[in-house]
Design a binder for this molecule. Sequence first.
Ligand code: SF4
Length: 216
Amino acid sequence: MRLLVRVLKRYAGEIRPGNPWQVLVSCVLSQRTKEEKTAEASRRLFSRARTPEELEKLGLRELEKLIKPAGFYRQKARRLKEIARTILERYGGTVPKTREELLKLPGVGWKTSAVVLSYGWGIPIIAVDIHTARISKRLGLVRPDAGPEDVRKRLEGVFRKQDWLIVNLGMVNFGRQVCRPIRPRCEECPLKRICKFYNDRLSLPSRTARVRSGQG
Ligand code: SF4
């Protein structure tokens, strides 16, 4: 795991605690949306409303217009309004700091709560997104059919707690730049020696040859 942590540290970059409210909003906007579109919608929205109070004051139509690039914008606008209202009424305008409380917010599930705790509050928890899941499977850390919670438990078991934030940020950037969903850049990957996907692929031609020659 030392090599993996070293590599992920390189990709994690500088770790700074985010703004829990903005992390939560971006997470809602990111559902079923490409990263660039989420970033665009978040930028537009935060230029007008940076807090639950400010979002609550926006008219629904205006909010829809601001977040339109994220897609499913009507649904997401209603959801954001509900979340802002709940946070204002029940939590005095502060995003909850525990998983139990976060899960009580409308439409907030395991993944969003982990992302808010980790990136927003800097609380150690492995937040499993598509990059984390894909890389963990390719490396052979989890089974190919593992669900997000299986991945989280496994990663929290193999990495030291102090490295969990590095793992989160590092996996996302490493997944965008190297271990891409399509055409991963395996030849230049510093992890290829320990990667199951890569080594399985390497052994494919020889296995096929052995089978063809009747030795397999
Ligand atoms: S060797 Fe390829 S599949 Fe394995 S971690 Fe690196 S980029 Fe991903």
